[in-house]
Structure formats: structure tokens, C-alpha cells
Design a protein. Structure first.
Lengths: 309, 575
């Protein structure tokens, strides 16, 4: 298994290089002069402009600029700054905890609600609970996240005042409950459906019939032979979700004013701040890659047939 | 086998049982229609029938495990005098495992892949209150040993995927007998296994149920096997019991037309008859004659690939080595799937390659078909070395003259292609004829394989397994090949359908002068269809001889084992 882990870790190197290069080039293709944006759209003298361009290596060939960026990132250069002159690593490490908490809370809601509801629906397929679940999950999947976000913010934040409608810079876990739920909604719907199908399929599996023939009671059959088998595909899906939840945080963080990674990425893209944009996206890519590695390893824990070589 | 005690009351009595599946709001499909039978303590009875005859449904009704919308419509199932078809869940639950055990059909799918084998057997002991804790663990090992699994203590701690098919079936037998039931339902317990393993397992099950005095309800599609294993036979056809009685009586003097057809056509039984050898000889004579006429044509024509030789297909020292990944990234393991296999197929004859799964016979077929490059050795088609073929043109010509028919007609036909499209496709690929001519050819082919032209517009899912295999044969014949390679072409089919397809292949050979390479794991079908036999084991040819030599005087221990494993061989037949 360690060979497998080593191989996967080695694979992250080309992924990192490729992802940063693509995003670097894309931000360079973006119209508009970053120096003008930096100066706040005011006219500046040519000397100042030249000085700034030199400082940010903007006069070099684009691939050389990328190599400068790589050098700063790989050496964790504390002087590596964004266009606004603020250190990039500092900014990311400030924004990461709140987004990570948000994503983990969303993940927990996704797993608990999705698996519980999905299992009940799957066990009573075509019953009333199942039908309601299916319709509801379809509705949740089809309504865009910003609609659900604003509606829930208005209802629970403003009208009933159960949660604070915005989070802001000084956050607590309680503040994040509502945003996390909004973030998780689409995933909950998918997890529910996936669990339902998986449970329903497993119920008709041959080995489940054999378990019944052995004389096991229905509850034992379900607990030992249906649930764990059904969870194998679900765990894969939920694990991969953490990555997408971090990325999906951009909209949710905007709605609830969470000062997280999503907000940071949004601002950086708006300002044309290449170093910050590429760094933030690189962090997201890396989290996604490591999550999928963890999921793959977890998969082997759940299913003894999986062996990595 | 035990003889039935006269005074005892029956252990299980099924009276006029009707089982149905709801297919729509009100529509009900009757799967078992008025079945009655009784099993006495310690007796073994076999229920025989083809797929869809309702034999498995009947068995599942007894243990109340009907799938989906299946339900008992009317009739009674009396177990020790109590009607269990109307009993409540709790009473049925109490019977399962402890009074009625089940050995299911497919060992691959009937063990939970996520739990250790020992734990899955222990579960049964605990649930039925036989033993708990350490005592149960010890009992599990005893049970596995009893089921004939060597090194049971280690095996109990392994997962199902670490077991071979035969070992899994032994584990399932241990499971079915764990709580010492009075009745064991064995639902095709060995049809997914190799013939030799099948025999070992059935022998073991026989001794075991005999010593324990367990009554057995054996479900099988193979009449020969049923007659060999049970003293009482029940023949089912389309949901009804058409005949029942002592095994020998039914085999020697079948009454119902369906049973008569089974007795005369089932390959395991037909392989004993000399008449099938004589019939084959007649076919061969005709085929060789037609083939030599074709060979003369080929020798003169310039468009055909070959030279019109007598040995149309020759394999010389074929070897295939697959390189597998080892446990470390830089480790490579060489695995010889086929080692030094040579044979020649004479024009108008049939050579069979026989072997168990993993013996390399299908790899040989793929190399001969030029679908897999051999590591070393040559395939020579009508004097031309396949290795020396140049360009797409020559390879296409080879494909025209050599066509395959594969095992699974469900998988080898594109579900989105109509039957017409499937058969016409090779003609289109090779740009043969106009649209009208191609249509005429498809009609002609369907006629040759005895299918009505009305199937042209239908899709594979609308046809039965036998019909699909006919379509696959028609497709293989579309290009007028000289050689047809049948890779387990009848193995997935019911016995009667098997017999029909074998007959079709024989007829087509006589008519068209075809040569077949016939790959099968079942020696029983070989006698009806082949002239020469190659027996393969672990990638090597262990015996090569004519069919009659192999059957009458097998030279190798392994071949003898394969022959012994043909079920029903020991039973004298009438007629």
C-alpha cells in the first residue's frame, strides 16, 4: 500500500505544476492592466509604472513569470506578495480556517442527513417516505444555491432571527450553521439519492438472500449485509465532495459575508491579482487531490477486495 | 442416496402450489402452476427443468424467499405437517437455517464480499442459537473442515475473494448445514463450477447429507446429474410438474414428450450413445466432400487468401506470456497462459479444445483469430502465416475467411442494433454487394439458421438465448467463411437449446463445408460435434487424439477425470 501512496504523492507534482500553469496563463489572458487596477484607475507616471512592472516581473516572458511564481511558492517566501503588496501566504492562512470549518460542517451535514434519509428511503422503496424524499431532493437539486441561500438567510436570519444573517470577520461555529447547510444542500440531495439506490440494489443482492436463508432476523440482515455494502460508493462520493465544497464556497461565502478562501479568490480574480489567484486555486487543487487520495485509501478499509499495488 | 422409509410421514409436502409474480396492476404471471410433491426425511429428490420452468421459484417459495413481487397464490406447503405458506414471519424465520437450509446457485455472488468467511458462518450459528462466542468460532472451523475445505482455521479468517469458486461453494455448503437442518435446498449448487470441481463437491455433499440424514431438494437443469444424485425425480416444464418418479424409471422410460426430448437430447446423456458418433461420421463425410470442392475453388481464385490446402488452420508452438505487475512497482511476473500449443484443423472437420477455466483455451482462440499477438509460434491459415500478412487489406481477407461465435449471446450482440443491422454489419464493413443484395443475403442467412425473417426488425432483448446464438451464428456466416471458431458457443444455453444449436452447426457444416475450432469446458458436447480433441491443462496440451480414442481409451489421468465428471454417465439408458 505504501508504494501506492508514494506513487500518488508523486503524481501530485505534475498536477500542481499543470494546474498552476493553466491558471497562470488564463489570468494573463484576462484583459486590463493590473497596474492600472492597482493604482485604482488613476493616471500614474511612467517611471512608477515601470518600477511596479519590474517589481512584479511583468516585463518578462510569461513562462518566466510563472517560474518566478513557482520559486516563491516552493520556498515559502514570506516576501511573496500579491498586487496589493500584502503577503500571499498570510492571507491564505487567515482565510483557510473559516472555509475549512464551513466545508467540514457542510460535509458532516451531507453525510449524516444524506445517509440516514437515503437509507430509510431505500429500505422502503416506493413507500410514501421514499416518494417525498425523491421529489424533495429533485427540488433541492434544481433550485440554484443563491436562491436557496438568500431565501434561508431571509427566513432564519432576518425574519425569525434564529441565526445571524451574516458572519463577518469575527466568526464562531454557530454563525456557520446556516451557511454550511446552504452549502450542503445540493450534495445532501445527491447523497440521499445515491444511498437510496445503493441500499435498494443491495437489498436484492444474492448474498442478502443467503443471509436471510441462514435464519438471520431482518434487522441483522440490514445491519450486517445491506448497510455496510451500500456505503462503499457513498463514502467515495462524500469524500470527493469536500473538495467541491471548498470550491463551491465562493457563492455561499459571498451571500453570508464569510471572509474565507472563496471570498479571497473572488476578490483576487476581480482585481487581476495573478499571484493571489493562482495561489488560492493551487491550494484548492491540492486539497482536492489529497482528499481523493484519502478517499481511495478509505475505500480499501471498507472493501477488503481493494488492494493497492 | 437413501431409500425412503415407508412408515414415516413426509417431511415436506407441497400441495397444488401456485406461485405468481405481479407484473402490472392486476396482471399476474404464474411461475409455478399447481405443483405437488413430497420429500421424506433423509430422501434426496431432484427437480429438473430448463431456465424459466419455475424450479427455482418453487424452491424459494418453500423457504419463503421469493424475490420481488412473488407470492403464493394458492395451495399448501406443509413442513412437518404445518402449513408454512400461511405462517407468520416469526414462524418462518424460526424455520430458516435451523430446519430448512439453502445452498444457493452462484458461489461468486452469494457470500458477502466485505466480511470474513468464518464470520458469515458464525452468524448463522448465533442467529439459530446453536453456539455463541468462542464455541461458535470453533464450530465454524469444524464445519468448514466437514465441508471439505483444507486448512479450515486459516480459511475462516479469509475473505471470499481469496477463495476459488469451488472453495466458496464449500463454504456455502458449510453455511447451509451449519445449524443441522432437516431439509437442504440445493439450488443448482454446482452449475457455475468446472466439471471436475462439480463432481467433487456433489460427491462430498452426497456423503455429508447421507451421514447427517438430511433430506435434499436438488434443483438442476441437467437430467443426467439429477438422475445420478437423486432417487426421485420431478420434471418441471413451464411451471407445471410434468412427470415425477424414480430416477431410473424416468430415464429409461420417459412418458411426457418434454422428458422424452430431454432424455434423447441432453448432451451429458447423448454423449454415451454410439448413435451420436455415427451421425457425426455421416456429417463429416459430407462436409469433407463439400470442403474439398471449395478448396479447389480457392486454389484457383486469386481473391482468396489461401492456397486451398487440406490443413486449413495450423497452429505451431503457440505461446502467450502475459506480464503481470508484482507487489513492488519494478517487479514484473511472467505468466504463461498458453505454452507450446500445436494442432492442425483439417478442412471440413471439427477440432475441439477442451479444458477447465484458466486452462488457456480461450487465449488460443484469440491468437488464432488474430485478435491477440502470440509471444511466439505461428498461426498458419491455409498455407499463409498470419504473422506475415501485410496491410489492412490482407487482414480483412483473413477475417472474411475466419469468423468467431462467442459464448454469451447476451453480450456479443449490440443491444442497440436490430438483428438485421447486426447480421448486415460485416457485409457493410467488407463492402459486399448493394443494399438489395445485402438484404437478400441476410434473409438467406436467417433461413439457414432457421429463424423467421420477421426477427430482422427486432432487437436482441426481444429474443431468447437460443435465438440470439442463432443470430450470432448467422452473423459469423455472413461473409461465407471457411473456418468458424466457436468459443464456448453453447455453454450458456439450456440443454435442449444446446442440442438444437449443435445440430444446426452440424447441418451447416455438411451444407457449407465449414471447418470448426470448437472450444468448450464440457466434454459431453464434444462427442456430438467433434472429430479431434485437444485436452488442455494449465496452458499446455496434455492429450491430443480423435474423439473416439479420447472417449474409449483416454491416455491421461486428467482426461479420465474430465470424462468421469460428465454427470449421468453411469446410468444405463433405455431406447
Amino acid at each position: 500500500m505504501w508504494w501506492y501512496v508514494a506513487k500518488r504523492l508523486l503524481q501530485t507534482i505534475p498536477v500542481f505544476l499543470g494546474a498552476t500553469l493553466i491558471i497562470f496563463l488564463l489570468t494573463k489572458l484576462r484583459p486590463g492592466d493590473p497596474i492600472v487596477a492597482l493604482a485604482g484607475n488613476k493616471p500614474i507616471s511612467d517611471e512608477v509604472r515601470q518600477a511596479l512592472r519590474d517589481q512584479y516581473h511583468l516585463n518578462d516572458f510569461v513562462l518566466v513569470q510563472w517560474l518566478y511564481f513557482l520559486k516563491d511558492v516552493v520556498t515559502f517566501n514570506p516576501d511573496f506578495v500579491g498586487l496589493d503588496g500584502q503577503p500571499v501566504f498570510q492571507k491564505i492562512s487567515n482565510a483557510l480556517p473559516v472555509t475549512a470549518t464551513l466545508a467540514l460542517m457542510a460535509l458532516a451535514m451531507d453525510a449524516v442527513i444524506g445517509i440516514v434519509v437515503g437509507t430509510i428511503a431505500g429500505l422502503r422503496r416506493n413507500g410514501w417516505f421514499d416518494s417525498i424524499t425523491l421529489v424533495l431532493s429533485l427540488v433541492l437539486l434544481s433550485v440554484p444555491i443563491f436562491v436557496v441561500g438568500f431565501v434561508l438567510q431571509f427566513l432564519f436570519g432576518v425574519k425569525f432571527g434564529i441565526f445571524s444573517p451574516t458572519v463577518g470577520g469575527d466568526w464562531s461555529v454557530g454563525d456557520l450553521i446556516l451557511p454550511a447547510f446552504v452549502l450542503a444542500i445540493a450534495n445532501i440531495a445527491t447523497t440521499t439519492r445515491l444511498t437510496r439506490t445503493s441500499v435498494a440494489n443491495n437489498l436484492t443482492a444474492d448474498h442478502v438472500r443467503t443471509a436471510r436463508a441462514k435464519g438471520l432476523s431482518e434487522s441483522l440482515v440490514i445491519r450486517n449485509h445491506v448497510l455496510r455494502n451500500s456505503l462503499v460508493p457513498v463514502v467515495t462520493y462524500i469524500g470527493i465532495n469536500l473538495g467541491s465544497l471548498m470550491a463551491g464556497a465562493i457563492i455561499t461565502e459571498g451571500i453570508f459575508n464569510v471572509q474565507g478562501i472563496g471570498n479571497l479568490a473572488f476578490q483576487a480574480v476581480n482585481r487581476g491579482d495573478t499571484p493571489l489567484t493562482v495561489s488560492v486555486v493551487a491550494v484548492m487543487v491540492m486539497i482536492y487531490v489529497f482528499m481523493s487520495l484519502i478517499v481511495d485509501l478509505l475505500y480499501a478499509v471498507l472493501d477488503p477486495r481493494i488492494r493497492y499495488v | 442416496m437413501t431409500t425412503q422409509p415407508v412408515n414415516d410421514a413426509p417431511l415436506l409436502e407441497v400441495k397444488d402450489l401456485k406461485v405468481g409474480f405481479r407484473t402490472g396492476k392486476k396482471a399476474v404471471l404464474t411461475a409455478v402452476d399447481g405443483a405437488s410433491l413430497s420429500i421424506y426425511p433423509g430422501q434426496t429428490i431432484a427437480i429438473v427443468g430448463e431456465s424459466g420452468s419455475g424450479k427455482s421459484t418453487l424452491a424459494h417459495a418453500v423457504i419463503d424467499l421469493l424475490p420481488g413481487s412473488g407470492h403464493v397464490i394458492s395451495g399448501e406447503i406443509l413442513f412437518e405437517g404445518r402449513d408454512i405458506s400461511r405462517a407468520d414471519r416469526k414462524a418462518v424465520l424460526a424455520l430458516r437455517g435451523s430446519s430448512i437450509g439453502l445452498v444457493p446457485q452462484d458461489p461468486m455472488s452469494n457470500l458477502n464480499p466485505l466480511w470474513k468467511v468464518g464470520r458469515q458462518i458464525k452468524e448463522a450459528l448465533v442467529a439459530n442459537g446453536v453456539a455463541t462466542g468462542d464455541a461458535a468460532d470453533k464450530r465454524v472451523v469444524e464445519l468448514l473442515e466437514e465441508a471439505g475445505l483444507p486448512d479450515a482455521e486459516t480459511r475462516a479468517r479469509q475473505y471470499p475473494h481469496e477463495f476459488s469458486g469451488g472453495m466458496r461453494q464449500r463454504a456455502l455448503i458449510a453455511m447451509g448445514l451449519a445449524s443441522r437442518p432437516k431439509l437442504l435446498i440445493a439450488d443448482e449448487p454446482t452449475s457455475a463450477l468446472d466439471v471436475t470441481v462439480q463432481k467433487q463437491i456433489l460427491d462430498h455433499l452426497d456423503t455429508l447429507t447421507d451421514t447427517l440424514g438430511v433430506a435434499v431438494m436438488l434443483i438442476t437443469h441437467d437430467l443426467g446429474l439429477a438422475a445420478e444424485r437423486a432417487d426421485h425425480l420431478v420434471v418441471m416444464y413451464r411451471g407445471k410438474i410434468v412427470e415425477s418418479g424414480p430416477a431410473r424409471e424416468i430415464l429409461q422410460d420417459p412418458q411426457h414428450p418434454y422428458t422424452k426430448r430431454l432424455v434423447s437430447n441432453a448432451p451429458s446423456l447423448a454423449s454415451q450413445r454410439l448413435s451420436s458418433v455415427r451421425a457425426r461420421a455421416e456429417v463429416r463425410e459430407q462436409a469433407v466432400q463439400t470442403a474439398s470442392e471449395i478448396a479447389a475453388e480457392v486454389a484457383e481464385s486469386s481473391s482468396a487468401l489461401g492456397e486451398g490446402r487440406d490443413d486449413i488452420l495450423v497452429a505451431e508452438n503457440l505461446t502467450k506470456i502475459f506480464t503481470l505487475r508484482g507487489s513492488k512497482p519494478w517487479e514484473k511476473i511472467d505468466f504463461a497462459a498458453v505454452e507450446d500449443v500445436s494442432f492442425r484443423l483439417r478442412r471440413g472437420t471439427i477440432t475441439a479444445i477442451v479444458g477447465e477455466s484458466g486452462s488457456g483455451k480461450s487465449t488460443v482462440a484469440r491468437m488464432v483469430l488474430d485478435l491477440l499477438p502470440p509471444t511466439s509460434g505461428n498461426v498458419i491459415f491455409d498455407g499463409k502465416n498470419v504473422r506475415d500478412l501485410k496491410g489492412r487489406g490482407e487482414h480483412l481477407r483473413l477475417r472474411r475467411q475466419m469468423q468467431p461465435v462467442f459464448q454469451n449471446p447476451y453480450a456479443s450482440l449490440d443491444p442497440l442494433y436490430s438483428i438485421y443491422q447486426s447480421i448486415e454489419e460485416p457485409l457493410r464493413t467488407h463492402e459486399i454487394g448493394t443494399k438489395k443484395e445485402r438484404e437478400a443475403k441476410v434473409r438467406d442467412l436467417l433461413d439457414k439458421v432457421s429463424l423467421p425473417t420477421t426477427v430482422m426488425s427486432r432487437f436482441p432483448t426481444e429474443l431468447s438465448g437460443g435465438q440470439r446464438q442463432r443470430v450470432a451464428i448467422a452473423r459469423a456466416l455472413a461473409l461465407d467463411p471457411e473456418v468458424v471458431i466457436c468459443d464456448e458457443a453453447v455453454s450458456a444455453l439450456d440443454v435442449l437449446v444446446q442440442a438444437q444449436i449443435l445440430e444446426l452447426l452440424n447441418d451447416l457444416q455438411a451444407e457449407l463445408g465449414l471447418s470448426y475450432l470448437f472450444i468448450t469446458h464440457d466434454l459431453a458436447v464434444v462427442r456430438q460435434i467433434a472429430d479431434d480433441v485437444l485436452v488442455m491443462q494449465n496452458g499446455k496440451v496434455v492429450e491430443a487424439a480423435s474423439v473416439s480414442e479420447v472417449f474409449d481409451n483416454p491416455g491421461q489421468e486428467y482426461t479420465r477425470r474430465l470424462l468421469d465428471a460428465i454427470p449421468g454417465a453411469s446410468i444405463p439408458l433405455g431406447g
